[in-house]
Design a protein around this ligand. Structure first.
Ligand code: C5P
Length: 309
C-alpha cells in the first residue's frame, strides 16, 4: 500500500450530509440472512449534517454540533465515517489519511439516515481529496457493505429503492414541497423495529409519474404507507404522539413516519402553513427536534448551501 499524495495545503472539502426521507416504505419480503426486501420511494430534505474532509498524516474523526453528545460514548473507530474511510482506502490501495469532521445537526437513530448520510459524504469527500478513479458499481457496492441506506445517500437523487437498499431506480422529479420533520427525541432501534414487523408482505408500488404539486404528491402517497410504522409505534409511544400531533396541524396533507422512525414528516402546500405548524409544535414539545424544510429531489445541490452558511 502507498499513501495518498500528501497535499498539505489543500483546502478542506465541506459537504452536506442531508436527511433522507422514506416517502413510502413497503416491506416486500425477507432474505435468508434476516435482511428485509423493501420497496421505498426515497428522497431528501433540505436539512443536513456537515462533513469536512481535510488532508492529514493519520486518520481521525472530530465531532461537534448540537447532536454531538448522542455520539459521545461511542468509539470513533466504530463510526460509519471511519469505516467508510478505511474501506475506501482499501479499495483504492491507499493509506486512509484524512482529518474528518462531523457537525452533527440531525438527530441520531432517527429514521432519516443521518449516519448513512455522513458515511456517504465522507466517501464523496475522500474520493475527491484522494483523486480516486473507481467506477460507480464499485462505489455503490462499497456503500452497501457499510449499511443498507448508504447507497441511496451516495446516489443523492430521489429513487425508487428496492432490494435491501441496493437497487436504485431514479424517481421522476418531485416538487420541492414544504415539509415538517419532527423527532420526539427517543432513539429507535432499526433491527428491533424490523423484528417486530409481522403479517403479510406488501406489494411494491414504485412511483412512475412525477406529481406536479404537493396535493398530487400527497394523493399518490396516500395509496402507499410505511410498513414499519405499526411496529415502531408499538415499541415507542412517542412515534404515535408525533404522528397525531402532525396530523392535527392545519394544512398537513400527509403525515407519515420515515424509515424505522422515530422521525415523522408532514407535507404542506404552503410554507406559511408549515411555519405555523413548526411554531405550534416547538411550543407544545420544546424538547423535540422540529425542522421546517422542503423535499429535495437532487441532494447534490445541497453542497453549495454548506458553503453559503
Ligand atoms: O444496514 P443497516 O446497518 O442500516 O441495518 C440495520 C439493521 O436493520 C440490520 O441489521 C437489519 O436488522 C435491519 N434491516 C433489515 N432490512 C433492511 C435494512 C435493515 O432487516 N433492508
Amino acid at each position: 500500500m502507498t499513501g495518498a499524495d500528501p497535499v498539505p495545503d489543500a483546502a478542506p472539502i465541506r459537504l452536506a450530509a442531508p436527511a433522507k426521507v422514506n416517502l413510502h416504505l413497503h416491506v416486500t419480503g425477507r432474505r435468508d440472512d434476516g435482511y428485509h426486501l423493501l420497496d421505498s420511494l426515497m428522497a431528501f430534505a433540505g436539512v443536513f449534517d456537515i462533513v469536512t474532509v481535510a488532508p492529514a498524516e493519520d486518520l481521525s474523526l472530530h465531532i461537534d454540533g448540537p447532536h454531538a453528545s448522542a455520539l459521545a460514548g461511542m468509539d470513533p473507530e466504530d463510526n460509519l465515517m471511519m469505516r467508510a474511510a478505511r474501506r475506501l482506502a482499501e479499495a483504492a490501495g491507499l493509506e486512509p489519511y484524512a482529518r474528518l469532521t462531523l457537525t452533527k445537526r440531525l438527530p441520531v437513530a432517527g429514521g432519516i439516515g443521518g449516519g448513512s448520510a455522513d458515511a456517504a459524504a465522507a466517501l464523496r469527500g475522500l474520493y475527491r481529496m484522494w483523486g480516486l478513479d473507481l467506477n460507480d458499481r464499485t462505489m455503490l457496492r462499497l456503500a452497501l457493505r457499510l449499511g443498507a441506506d448508504v447507497p441511496i445517500c451516495l446516489f443523492g437523487r430521489a429513487a425508487n429503492v428496492g432490494g435491501i437498499g441496493e437497487t436504485l431506480d431514479p424517481a421522476p422529479p418531485l416538487p420541492p414541497v414544504p415539509m415538517l420533520l419532527v423527532n420526539p427525541g427517543v432513539p429507535v432501534s432499526t433491527p428491533e423495529v424490523f423484528r417486530q414487523r409481522t403479517g403479510e408482505f406488501s406489494r411494491p408500488y414504485p412511483l412512475r409519474d412525477g406529481p406536479v404539486n404537493a396535493v398530487a404528491l400527497a394523493n399518490e402517497l396516500a395509496g402507499r404507507r410505511n410498513d414499519l410504522e405499526a411496529p415502531a409505534r408499538s415499541l415507542c409511544d412517542e412515534v404515535g404522539e408525533t404522528l397525531a400531533l402532525l396530523a392535527d396541524q392545519d394544512g398537513a396533507l400527509l403525515t407519515r413516519m420515515s424509515g424505522s422512525g422515530g422521525t415523522c414528516f408532514a407535507l404542506f402546500s404552503q410554507d406559511a402553513e408549515a411555519e405555523v405548524a413548526h411554531a405550534r409544535i416547538a411550543c407544545e414539545q420544546p424538547d423535540w427536534w422540529v425542522a421546517h424544510t422542503h423535499l429535495v429531489s437532487d441532494a447534490r445541490a445541497l453542497d453549495a448551501r454548506v458553503d453559503a452558511e
